[in-house]
Design a protein around this ligand. Structure first.
Ligand code: AMP
Length: 191
């Protein structure tokens, strides 16, 4: 099994690149943001619980997100590999993910981190808000909060995997196709 984490701040292009990577490699896409938005759309208890955190740019509690990922992994045991997008976002989530994967006899193979300057992230979130309908993209205070949560809580995930020599950082600025090619090059070198 080849399990990939596509890592980067909000607006770094993880969603766009994930779509292209799953269609090329057949990964099972596991985006916790998408899973949470679908819980909200279906008005589930979990969705109701998550919504206020998301609207404020805060992280949904670890236990909620880890439970959701556990269920998704169990429901896709036949997958040839997972692409984790927007997860893990805290060190506790990374440790929980490692344990979950270990219990299925597998592990994270590679973390590809997209590097994009902060000013560009804001521009991209503003543009995405025009078509995504995501309220957390449209509000400037929420955008800033999400970036600060990324720095304070999520960067620790990259440190966690760097200690196992699993992180490659790539330039996330430029043409979508060019960034996609550099991601593929790193995957092909290891798969
Ligand atoms: P995303 O679509 O990945 O940008 O996520 C949108 C929002 O969903 C985030 O700002 C968080 O509020 C919540 N969220 C998504 N993934 C996670 C996660 N792994 N841990 C905690 N909260 C998450």
């Amino acid at each position: 099994m080849f399990n990939l984490i596509l890592f980067g701040p909000p607006g770094s292009g993880k969603g766009t690149q994930s779509e292209m990577l799953i269609s090329k490699y057949g990964f099972k896409h596991l985006s916790t943001g998408d899973l949470l938005r679908s819980e909200i759309a279906n008005k589930t208890d979990l969705g109701l619980k998550a919504k206020s955190f998301m609207d404020n740019g805060q992280l949904v509690p670890d236990a909620v997100v880890i439970g959701m990922v556990d269920a998704a992994i169990n429901a896709n045991k036949q997958a040839s590999g997972f692409l984790f997008d927007g997860f893990p976002r805290t060190k506790a989530q990374a440790i929980a993910l490692d344990e979950l994967l270990e219990s299925h006899g597998t592990a994270i193979s590679l973390v590809l981190a997209l590097d994009v300057p902060e000013e560009e992230l804001i521009v991209r979130m503003i543009n995405r808000a025009k078509t995504s309908g995501r309220s957390d993209d449209a509000d400037e205070a929420v955008q800033k909060k999400r970036i600060s949560v990324y720095k304070n809580e999520t960067l620790a995930v990259a440190e966690h995997y760097a200690a196992f020599d699993k992180v490659i950082t790539l330039n996330g600025l430029g043409q979508i196709d060019g960034i996609f090619s550099s991601l593929c090059k790193e995957i092909d070198a290891r798969a």
